[in-house]
Design a binder for this molecule. Sequence first.
Ligand SMILES: Nc1ncnc2c1ncn2[C@@H]1O[C@H](COP(=O)(O)OP(=O)(O)OP(=O)(O)O)[C@@H](O)[C@H]1O
Ligand code: SF4
Ligand SMILES: [Mg+2]
Length: 324
Amino acid sequence: MLLEVRDLHVEFRTRDGVAKAVNGVDYGVDAGETLAVLGESGSGKSVTAQAIMGILDMPPGKITQGEILFQGKDLLKLKEEERRKVRGAEMAMIFQDALSSLNPVLSVGDQLGEMFVVHRGMSKKDARAKAVELMDRVRIPAAKERVKQYPHQFSGGMRQRIMIAMALALEPALIIADEPTTALDVTVQAQVMDLLADLQREYNMGLILITHDLGVVADVADRIAVMYAGRIVESAPVHDIYKAPAHPYTRGLLDSIPRLDQKGQELYAIKGLPPNLMHIPPGCAFHPRCPMAQDVCRTDEPPLYEVSEERGSACHFWRECLHG
Ligand SMILES: Nc1ncnc2c1ncn2[C@@H]1O[C@H](COP(=O)(O)OP(=O)(O)OP(=O)(O)O)[C@@H](O)[C@H]1O
Ligand code: SF4
Ligand SMILES: [Mg+2]
């Protein structure tokens, strides 16, 4: 495994109390593999990613338990300086909002080039040539001319391509993309997602793709991990999940995807709201919203049951869900 997160726990200690944002996450990704991480807002997707990247807000955040093994090393045991070397060069992150992640007063060429000057000791001229090459790679037209322009002179989709180029610059083994296309309109979303998937294959990178849109992952992901209240509630190869979910929450997410053949029909929505992370319900955290809940769900927390060798579900009634 390229990356393996084991039993990760993260909490935020605030004046109002302790928010348990991540409560025992296990997931992994191999070289050349794409793991999609799904779940509603607040389920802990970004916090887990920030812990992996070493950019968690600490305090108020605190990693209270777990291991993050990257190429066999536990990142949580590294000194900050060693950690910094891993970040950027060996793993990189793409965020939703390129405009606030890019430097507004530096040309795109200078920002891309800087990666090569700082990390590879290249001359400014060579770094500029590399920047143009990267812009070509992410299919920005007229790269040679546009390399001198500033972030605000690019469209949203083009800016997102620049972010992808920045992430790719040092050819990291792992990329984490946190809602990389959410801010874009639908056609551009698909183009950027295709580009990311192509590059991931070409560079044989591990990719963690965070999204709350199950619709976009079908074509690009190998595996899906579904998060709820800071835990993985279902983890499986993508095709298994689409064939039949083994967790009622996954089923709810699937049923809420708009489908062309159901145009005009009212869209299904999972009832209720995600839990307050300062007071996560006992038993199965999903029970107040679950259409299949029984008494046992209110008292006994389901472990991640083994559905098959490649698949787990944290539901006492995964069999009924799978066949229902
Ligand atoms: N800096 C912070 N300070 C306090 N609490 C935080 C902080 N960052 C995250 N949290 C807590 O962690 C929870 C999980 O946040 P996270 O950003 O991982 O959600 P997410 O799954 O990425 O949601 P979204 O889909 O909205 O991006 C939040 O609901 C919040 O309670
Ligand atoms: S354990 Fe119970 S409440 Fe939780 S998802 Fe399964 S059926 Fe629903
Ligand atoms: Mg997030």
